[in-house]
Design a protein around this ligand. Structure first.
Ligand code: ATP
Ligand code: MG
Length: 569
């Protein structure tokens, strides 16, 4: 594991740097003492855990300081956007416990205002229509150390610019044939000031405004102004927007005055090991069927994490632990796993399931007898009570829990050794029956009736305890076992096609898992359980009347806690 960088990410009052800036602005009475944040997703994909980090800050800061937070869909590109995404985004934000109330907005609500502002800037000589191709414009941009070249269209008369811009919007010109550019400075050391594009022609109808517009504003021209129109005071975004900030301020100044002016503050993105966070790449995984969908439990999307069994509090806890800084970081997926393990340990009901079953026969246990054993629902919380689990002569145990010729430290079942069956009896293995190929078909043992859990004889010490499920009442289920989606720690940093770095063994389906009847009767889609000794599992919506399907959320072994202990933290 790579070393984690230690930084003080909160001050003595527990406030991170963004919250400190907000507090200072409020105390200074800026914007009339108002706080209004916004979360501005583009509806061109599902939200992932990185977006969760962003909106936990946007909604969280508003909650903390008595402000409001808008949800604004940044729907400025009709070619890529869809209502499916809008609905999914709303659902995911609600699931994490946040609500925008009546503050739901769309950048497309401001198309008229933005268009009017653009025309005003043209009239004031601050914008012009450029008829060059995007390649020509790019070639004239220069480099950070070398000035760019002025467009030959830069100084055309205002009237001509106004006329062309209107006609661009009427659909008289082809896509890509013209753009509206801000007339700023082709030699500016900030590349974003070198006559940035304000509008481009797109003829695809917009899902909200239909055929009304043929020109659409670029992010830099739309974002700050939308903030302004909505009364947003703090526009919090990720570090890649740092170089855009002067342009944000430049355009906002066209509208704002001293009484109210939104400001942009940037923090570091969330990047997780063994996954990708780019919406474009996630969309590719979905479209090319490399995963089962946006909510595939291996995806870092919020709906994928939900289906996998992550809880809202575990995601919030993780975001809180990694914190908000001004430095790019790569966050370890083990810490996210640690958060969900800690949460489910407190809340998940304990049940018994055998994932790789082999039959154990207790030769001295009466054939027709069934006893009900009392099992704790959650030893972490005795108030959760107990449930009954049938015990009988024939039981399923894990194949891996038996070894004929065990090494020294094997404390599970082997010939002539005693082990405890959890919540039941101590048993001693007496032999096995094998098929013609030498595979073990049945294991035989005798039980000691004096050692039933709760009786005085139960005190006898044995090294191992095994989980089990009674054969006659066991119900078959499917378990989907997941591993890392990618085989390399940081796929985005590697050369080559990211799809070739996928882990081919990221999904293993076990279709012969034996579960106890109590679980089979009560399990509902979305429920979380701990399968004794195996891990945490969540009921998948693919479950049917006849067959339950479980997603393995996470195993019991906490690699993160172990690492921390080793490094003395
Ligand atoms: P793109 O703009 O390339 O389509 P995006 O992931 O930035 O992708 P947006 O819908 O623009 O998508 O994101 C909405 C907000 O979420 C933005 O303010 C952005 O800064 C923030 N965000 C996106 N990815 C992350 C991340 N990995 N960590 C934290 N915040 C993020
Ligand atoms: Mg973005």
């Amino acid at each position: 594991m790579t070393e984690i960088k230690e930084e003080a990410i909160v001050n003595e009052n527990g406030l991170n740097f963004i919250e400190q800036e907000i507090k200072a602005d409020l105390e200074a009475g800026k914007n009339g003492g108002r706080l209004n944040t916004r979360f501005p997703p583009e509806p061109n994909g599902y939200l992932h855990i990185g977006h969760a980090k962003a909106f936990i800050m946007d909604f969280g800061a508003a909650e903390k300081f008595g402000g409001t937070c808008n949800l604004r869909f940044d729907d400025t590109n009709p070619q890529k956007e869809d209502t499916e995404y809008v609905e999914a985004i709303k659902r995911d934000i609600h699931w994490l416990g946040f609500d925008w109330g009546d503050r739901l907005y769309y950048a497309s609500d401001y198309f008229q205002q933005l268009f009017d502002l653009a025309k005003r800037m043209i009239s004031e000589g601050k914008a012009y229509v450029d008829e060059q191709s995007s390649e020509e414009i790019a070639a004239q941009k220069g480099t950070p150390t070398e000035a760019g070249v002025n467009s030959p269209y830069r100084d055309r008369p205002v009237e001509e610019n106004l006329d062309l811009f209107e006609r661009m919007n009427k659909g008289e010109f082809d896509e890509g044939s013209m753009v509206l550019r801000a007339k700023i400075d082709m030699a500016n050391s900030n590349m974003h000031f070198r006559d940035p594009i304000m509008y481009r022609i797109i003829k695809t109808p917009h899902w909200r405004t239909g055929e009304k517009w043929k020109v659409y504003p670029m992010y830099d021209f739309a974002h700050g102004q939308s903030d302004y129109f909505e009364g947003v005071t703090h526009s919090i975004c990720t570090l890649e927007f740092v170089p855009h900030r002067p342009l944000y301020e430049y355009f906002v100044k066209e509208l704002a005055d001293d009484s109210y002016c939104p400001r942009q503050i940037e923090f570091n993105r969330l990047n997780l090991t063994y996954t990708v966070m780019s919406k474009r790449k996630l969309l590719q995984l979905v479209q090319e069927n490399l995963v089962s969908g946006w909510d595939d439990p291996r995806m870092p999307t919020i709906c994928g994490l939900r289906r996998r069994g992550y809880t809202p509090s575990s995601i919030k806890d993780f975001v809180n632990r990694i914190g908000y800084t001004k430095y790019e970081a790569l966050n370890h997926i083990e810490l996210l796993e640690h958060s969900v393990r800690e949460d489910l340990n407190k809340t998940a009901t304990r049940v018994s399931a055998v994932q790789n079953p082999v039959k154990l026969i207790l030769t001295n246990y009466p054939e027709e007898k069934t006893e009900m054993m009392e099992m704790d629902n959650n030893p972490e919380n005795p108030a959760e009570g107990t449930h009954q689990m049938p015990f009988s002569r024939e039981l399923w145990i894990e194949r891996e829990d038996f070894m004929e010729n065990p090494p020294k430290k094997f404390f599970r079942m082997s010939p002539d050794k005693e082990v405890r069956l959890k919540g039941a009896y101590i048993v001693r293995c007496t032999g096995v029956r094998k098929d013609d190929e030498g595979n073990i078909e049945e294991i035989y043992a005798t039980y000691d009736p004096e050692t039933r859990s709760g009786l005085p004889g139960a005190d006898r010490k044995v090294k191992g305890t095994l989980h089990w499920v009674s054969v006659p009442t066991a119900v078959k289920a499917e378990v989907r076992d997941y591993d890392r989606l990618f085989a390399v720690e940081n796929p985005s940093a590697e050369e080559g096609d990211f799809r070739e770095m996928l882990n081919p063994d990221s999904l293993v389906i076990r279709d012969n898992v034996m579960i106890e009847p109590w679980l089979a009767e009560r399990a509902e889609s979305g429920d979380h359980y701990q399968f004794q000794r195996l891990g945490y599992y969540t009921v998948d919506p693919d479950s049917t009347e006849g067959k339950l399907v479980f997603n393995k959320t996470i195993g019991l072994k906490d690699t993160w806690a172990k690492e921390m202990k080793k490094s003395g933290k």
